[in-house]
Design a protein around this ligand. Structure first.
Ligand SMILES: Nc1ncnc2c1ncn2[C@@H]1O[C@H](COP(=O)(O)OP(=O)(O)O)[C@@H](O)[C@H]1O
Ligand SMILES: [Mg+2]
Length: 269
C-alpha cells in the first residue's frame, strides 16, 4: 500500500511557489553582501524544479527564503498565495548533511516531527513505519544513525521530512557527499517518492547531470548576486530511467546547461 493512501492526502494540492523581483542582502556597511537580485521564479504545484548555479550564487539563500529561515529584503515571496514569514510543516528542508539525532533510533528520528506537533503515539508510529517502508529502511527502524551508511542516513533524513507530508520539499545539494552509485540510487528513489507523494520539489545542485536527470525545469543562476539567467525545460520522458543518461536528448540538454554555466568566467562550479 502506498503512503499516499494511508497518510492524510494533504499534499495532493498546493505547493505553488512564487518569487517576484526578490532581492536578498546580508549584513550592512562594509560587510554588506547582495546574495540575490531580482529573482523571478514560479514553481507550479507538483513540479520538480532544479536550481543550478556556481558556488556562492545564492542557491542556498533561495532555499532558506522559501523555507522561511531568511526574510527577503524586497520583492514578494508567496507559497500557496501566503507570504512566507516563518518556517512551517508545509515546507520540508533536506540539507547535504543529515540533521538526525545521534542518540535516537531511526524510528524515533522519523517520529520526532510528529511528536513535536503532538500527533498521538500510535498514529506517529504508524506514519513513521509507513514512510520508512517507502525509503526501504523498515528493517533498520531500531538502528542508530551511526550504524548506517551515508546513503541510508540520507534516506532516514528524507523520511524524517516526508513524514510531515510537506507540500513543498526544499532540497539543498542533498546527495552531494554520496558516492556516484549511491547518488544515482537516491535520485531514482526521490523520483519514485515524488511520483507517489505528489509534492513540489525545489532541488538545488551544482551538478548538471543531476539537475537534468531529475527535473521538469532547470533554472540557471548567474554568479553573485544571483539572478535567473536562463531556464531550460527538460522534456525528457518519465519515468526517468538510467539509460536516459546516455541518450542524445539528455546529452543535448546537458550541453546547453553546461554552456550557460560556463559562459560566466567568474563561475566556479
Ligand atoms: N547569513 C549570511 N550572512 C552573510 N552572507 C551570507 C549569508 N548567507 C549567505 N551569504 C553570502 O551570500 C552569497 C550566496 O550564498 P549561498 O546562498 O550560500 O550560495 P550557494 O548556495 O549558491 O553556494 C555568498 O556570497 C555568501 O557568502
Ligand atoms: Mg549552498
Amino acid at each position: 500500500m502506498s503512503a499516499a493512501q494511508v497518510l492524510p492526502a494533504t499534499t495532493s494540492v498546493g505547493g505553488a511557489i512564487y518569487l517576484r523581483n526578490v532581492d536578498i542582502h546580508f549584513g550592512d556597511g562594509n560587510t554588506a553582501v547582495q546574495a540575490l537580485r531580482g529573482i523571478e521564479l514560479n514553481v507550479a504545484p507538483g513540479e520538480l524544479v532544479s536550481v543550478l548555479g556556481p558556488s556562492g550564487c545564492g542557491k542556498s539563500t533561495i532555499i532558506g527564503a522559501v523555507a522561511g529561515f531568511t526574510r527577503v529584503s524586497s520583492g514578494s515571496l508567496l507559497v500557496d498565495g501566503q507570504e512566507v514569514r516563518a518556517p512551517g510543516p508545509d515546507r520540508g528542508v533536506v540539507f547535504q548533511q543529515h540533521t538526525l539525532f545521534p542518540w535516537k533510533t531511526v524510528l524515533e528520528n522519523v517520529e520526532f516531527g510528529l511528536k513535536m506537533r503532538r500527533v498521538g503515539r500510535a498514529e506517529r508510529r504508524r506514519a513513521a513505519t509507513e514512510i520508512l517502508e517507502h525509503v526501504g529502511l523498515a528493517e533498520f527502524r531500531a538502528h542508530y544513525p551511526h550504524q548506517l551508511s551515508g546513503g541510508m542516513q540520507q534516506r532516514v533524513n528524507l523520511a524524517r521530512v516526508l513524514v510531515n507530508r510537506p507540500r513543498v520539499m526544499l532540497m539543498d545539494e542533498p546527495f552531494c557527499s554520496l558516492d556516484a552509485q549511491t547518488r544515482l540510487q537516491m535520485q531514482r528513489m526521490l523520483l519514485e517518492l515524488w511520483h507517489e507523494l505528489h509534492m513540489t520539489i525545489v532541488f538545488v545542485t551544482h551538478d548538471v547531470d543531476e539537475a537534468v536527470f531529475l527535473s521538469d525545469r532547470v533554472i540557471v543562476l548567474s554568479p553573485r548576486p544571483g539572478r535567473v539567467k536562463a531556464e531550460l525545460a527538460i522534456e525528457l520522458p518519465r519515468p526517468r530511467r538510467v539509460e536516459l543518461l546516455t541518450s542524445q536528448g539528455f546529452m543535448s540538454l546537458k550541453r546547453q546547461a553546461l554552456e550557460l554555466l560556463l559562459e560566466d568566467p567568474a563561475a566556479v562550479i
